[in-house]
Design a protein around this ligand. Structure first.
Ligand SMILES: Nc1ncnc2c1ncn2[C@@H]1O[C@H](COP(=O)(O)OP(=O)(O)O)[C@@H](O)[C@H]1O
Ligand SMILES: [Mg+2]
Length: 358
């Protein structure tokens, strides 16, 4: 009996096919895969689709989605790949043209895709929502579509809660954990905040990868022009935050799996840059958690579990929480490289546990 049986209407003719008969087995049964999988094969193989950006462009050394895919494959789950552009909602039913996917931890030869087929996403056990921001209307629309296949299909992270928790807004639910922060585009309010705190940072509310993050010292004469530039560039309010001098010691990425601390990596900015993001030259370093950081994890845990935000990366500078990343957090491979936990394995343990309970 095939694991899944679906019928799909194409060019007037009804074609039956089952996901288990997609050419997945053919592409996934190399000798190498069989050996890797031997010890970890799971008793409950799942059909897993990943919604992600084009797989040919990823850098597998640091990519957390790739780490999740490797682990899923090692456990015997079947993988299917699609990009957000493949999503179709017809009268409330969501489908996508997916391709069976096999992955290998080999740069330059990291994946093989099988033949594309249209499937109803609700026929799958799990969908990993893993495309990168921008968190724009395209992103928001795909969360609306994925919401339709729940709870039949487990979507990780929960799309409705992803939509409701933009990383620099969600953090404002924990005002005592964050640095003094304004979200506004009002000139008078920003001037008042600047007079109070002196050294400030201005950054876009929906920015990523350190884009357009500026530090303004108390006496900086560029404030007025920078205000004008932000006002002309962004339709949204932006973030004005007290500058945290501790940033030179690093911006710590802490990963929580189902609300529990799972691992951390520090990111130290280059000597000539404010930004710790690795794409801006920030250097990853091994790290432990301070008492304050443990406290932050403890405080966030229940809120994350309640929202079914299974895989979350928070950012902490000098003991202050600045971001709660829920869209497509990273850090799995960096944590493991420094001898930390196998976070991909922890995440799949949770997903399998939730599917068993479904
Ligand atoms: N309040 C702040 N004080 C000091 N440095 C900051 C502050 N806010 C941001 N930064 C620096 O800028 C980087 C990017 O800012 P962040 O808020 O994490 O936005 P992004 O989403 O672009 O990563 C941080 O990693 C940190 O190095
Ligand atoms: Mg950041």
């Amino acid at each position: 009996m095939p694991l899944l049986q679906r019928s799909y209407e194409q060019t007037g003719e009804r074609r039956n096919f089952s996901l288990s008969r997609l050419p997945y087995d053919a592409i996934n049964s190399t000798a190498e895969n069989r050996t890797n999988d031997r010890n970890r094969i799971t008793l409950m193989p799942l059909n897993v689709a990943v919604q992600m950006d084009p797989i040919e462009r990823i850098n597998i050394r640091g990519d957390s989605t790739f780490a999740l895919l490797l682990e899923a494959q090692a456990r015997g789950h079947s993988l299917f790949y699609y990009t957000p552009d493949q999503l179709v909602m017809r009268d409330g039913t969501v489908s996508a043209s997916v391709q069976p996917l096999a992955v290998r931890d080999k740069a330059g030869d990291h994946y093989t895709l099988g033949e594309a087929r249209v499937v109803e996403l609700s026929s799958l056990d799990v969908v990993l929502l893993r495309q990168d921001p921008p968190f724009d209307l395209a992103y928001i629309t795909s969360t609306h579509m994925l919401e339709r296949i729940q709870p039949k299909t487990l979507v990780v992270n929960d799309p409705a809660h992803v939509r409701n928790a933009p990383e620099k807004v969600f953090v404002t639910e924990f005002p005592d954990l964050m640095p003094p922060t304004l979200v506004t585009r009002d000139l008078a309010a920003i001037k008042k905040f600047r007079a109070e705190h002196g050294d400030i940072v201005m950054k876009p509310l929906y920015g990523k990868g350190g884009e357009a993050v500026f530090r303004l010292a108390r006496e900086d004469l560029n404030f007025g022009s920078l205000y004008d530039l932000f006002a002309a560039t962004f339709r949204e309010p932006w973030v004005v935050q007290k500058f945290l001098p501790a940033v030179k010691e690093g911006d710590k990425r802490i990963i929580l799996v189902d609300g529990e601390f799972a691992g951390a990596v520090n990111r130290v900015p280059a000597a000539d840059d404010l930004r710790s993001n690795m794409v801006r030259g920030g250097v990853p370093k091994a790290t432990d958690l301070s008492a304050r950081e443990r406290e932050i994890c403890k405080r966030l845990g229940p809120a994350l579990r309640e929202r079914r935000l299974l895989f979350v990366g928070i950012d902490v500078i000098g003991g202050f929480l600045t971001e709660i990343n829920v869209t497509s957090p990273t850090g799995i491979r960096a944590v493991k490289n420094f001898g930390g936990a196998d976070i991909a394995a922890l995440i799949w343990d949770k997903i399998e546990g939730q599917r068993r309970g479904a």
